[in-house]
Design a protein around this ligand. Structure first.
Ligand SMILES: Nc1ncnc2c1ncn2[C@@H]1O[C@H](COP(=O)(O)OP(=O)(O)OP(=O)(O)O)[C@@H](O)[C@H]1O
Length: 578
């Protein structure tokens, strides 16, 4: 816990000035709160009986100045105090986002998007609130509590002791309800998470929902989440109502006791009228920190738990990162070698075993084999999306673990089966291939990917907005856009995950032609799903159960007796004929 607080404290360091300003102002405002009952006592007991109107006017003016000062302090605490919390929150978010970029595919395989988003938004918002309110509220609450009690003692000791004895009763009631409130809010937090996840999934999968005509099923599931939320929130309000009215009652009870006892002391001449009024005001001031401490008790665990999750996330070392002496290779020639490569995902199941493969610069290799054989995995190891478990992969004779990730990945272009496009314009999506590309380069890339006709037909041309994940484009157009992106990137090595989605044959032919143009002069690894498209590959590699079982040219493999490739080919021809 102390480690956690120490770590938390490091975030204040760059904002020392702001912290001092906020903290100092809040403390001063707390002191002024205490001064008010004292001023009222003096006013009633000393000034009023003196009949000196000038002095009274001066005192009132003085009080007004104090109020003005307090109003100024409120502005500082509310605006600059929140600025402090917000600065800490945004700094933490920046760090978390930067860290997120460094984590490898393995991490994302394990974590749900919704939870990661919550960590960067909700968690950090709560941490920011605690960062601002936590230290200052706690300090002021304790200071006010002690200060008010000392002043009460100075006004009338027996009455102060009596108040000191009955106030804990109200504190106990507030604390008990505070705990119940925390539990209900916590449950509510879970409910909100549940229905957020449901909405997120529903919107993400709305096309599947409607295609299966499962709207009613979704409605029922959502109604369940919604009514769970309703009952939990009602429970929260029930506890809140009971807590509020009970703490109001207990507060008033203390006031009544103080009034009764105070009146008795006034009539017996032990307490002045001003002291009596001042004391009642001090009781009010004394109550405030109790509420505050309870709300701190409520919000602290949330903030601390959020910070713990944040810390754990930041402390998670990326599985794959640059070695200290990693080298930059600006442009590789593209000679690739897999040496005794063994690999398993976190599941521990062996996926690749003792795989050996050499690829010459400019060569096109097509991986074929049954689904789940490991073709995609072989290719995913090359840009180090995952790290080999044993063995090594080298490019141009250098182990890829000795090359900086940035230069390694800059040398590899990937056209994925599921093209991911960003919401925005066509121009923005092509330019993602090379962020500093000029207009003419973007146009040239579009032309080479045969996207120029599509762009020309659109009213806004390159500036056409393509919707979230490119929903406004056809499958073929998305593929071409992905190809344009790689033309712009112009890497010496290519990984092409062939699209399995059914494109019409003309579109497919055009895309194949674009891909062939793209592959020209580059070392190309093709993950082939349809054998018809790879007959021209320099070499076909048949993968089965994570092993290479056959390799050679199409013609040679086709005529190999009992060959795996010829069997695959025969099977696919039968499917096509059927
Ligand atoms: N991220 C992952 N985590 C755990 N296991 C995985 C992961 N990705 C793939 N696998 C498993 O690894 C094995 C090989 O998968 P891979 O995607 O490499 O096969 P593939 O030959 O490309 O298949 P397909 O032709 O169907 O695309 C499969 O058993 C798969 O379930």
């Amino acid at each position: 816990m102390t480690d956690l607080i120490k770590r938390f404290a490091t975030y204040y360091r760059p904002h020392r000035g702001l912290f001092a300003l906020d903290f100092g102002s809040a403390v001063l405002a707390g002191v002024l709160e205490l001064a008010f009952p004292v001023a009222v006592t003096l006013f009633i007991d000393r000034l009023l009986p003196s009949n000196q109107l000038g002095l009274i006017a001066l005192a009132v003016a003085g009080l007004f100045l104090i109020y003005l000062l307090n109003a100024g302090l409120q502005v500082i605490v509310t605006y600059w105090g929140h600025m402090l919390g917000l600065k800490i929150e945004t700094e933490m978010r920046r760090k978390a986002f930067d860290h997120l970029q460094k984590l490898s595919f393995g991490f994302f395989d394990e974590h749900k998007t919704g939870h990661l988003v919550a960590r960067l938004t909700k968690d950090l918002e709560e941490i920011g609130e605690v960062a601002h309110h936590g230290p200052e509220d706690l300090f002021i609450a304790v200071m006010t509590l002690i200060g008010a009690f000392l002043l009460m003692l100075s006004v009338h000791m027996p009455l102060a002791i009596l108040t000191g004895l009955i106030v804990p009763l109200t504190a106990v009631i507030t604390a008990i309800y505070g705990k119940r409130m925390t539990a209900t809010w916590h449950a509510l937090y879970g409910r909100v998470g549940e229905f957020n996840a449901r909405i997120e999934e529903n919107i993400g999968g709305i096309r599947v929902v409607q295609a299966f005509a499962n709207e009613e099923h979704e409605r029922v599931l959502f109604a369940r989440n919604n009514s769970n939320y309703l009952s939990t929130k009602l429970e929260a309000y029930r506890v809140m109502a009971a807590s509020m009215s009970l703490s109001y009652l207990s507060m008033r009870f203390v006031q009544i006791v103080v009034m009764l006892a105070g009146a008795w002391y006034v009539t017996s001449g032990e307490l002045t009228a001003g002291g009596f009024v001042g004391f009642l005001l001090l009781v009010g001031v004394f109550f405030r920190p109790i509420d505050k401490i309870n709300s701190i008790i409520e919000s602290y665990p949330k903030g601390i738990a959020g910070f713990q999750r944040y810390k754990d996330f930041l402390d998670r070392q990326p599985d794959i990162s640059d070695r200290e002496d990693a080298v930059d290779i600006p442009r590789m020639s593209g000679r690739i070698a897999y040496r005794d490569v063994t690999f398993s995902y976190r599941t521990g199941l062996p996926i690749l075993e003792g795989l050996n493969l050499s690829i010459e610069p400019g060569e096109t290799i097509a991986f074929v084999g049954p689904s789940g054989a490991g073709k995609t995995t072989i290719c995913a190891l090359l840009p180090r999306f995952y790290e080999v478990t044993a063995g090594a992969i080298s490019i141009d004779g250098v182990d890829i673990r000795d090359i900086t990730l940035n230069s390694l990945r800059s040398n590899i272009g990937i056209v994925q089966q599921d093209v991911f496009l960003f919401a925005g314009t066509i121009r923005k999506n092509i330019a993602y291939g090379r962020l500093d590309a000029g207009e003419s380069e973007i146009i040239e890339a579009a032309r080479r990917a045969r996207l120029d006709d599509v762009i020309a037909a659109l009213p806004d041309g390159l500036d056409t907005v393509i919707g979230e994940r490119g929903v406004k484009l056809s499958g073929g157009q998305k593929q071409r856009l992905a190809i344009a992106r790689i033309f712009l990137k112009n890497p010496p090595i290519l990984i092409l995950d062939e699209a399995t989605s059914a494109l019409d044959s003309e579109t497919e032919r055009a895309i194949q032609q674009s891909l062939a143009d793209l592959a020209h002069g580059r070392t190309t690894l093709v993950i082939a799903h349809r054998l018809a498209t790879i007959t021209n590959a320099d070499r076909i590699v048949v993968v089965e159960d994570g092993r290479i079982v056959e390799e050679g040219r199409h013609e040679d493999l086709l005529h190999k007796a009992m060959g795996r490739y010829s069997a695959l080919h025969a099977a696919q021809s039968r499917i096509n004929a059927a």
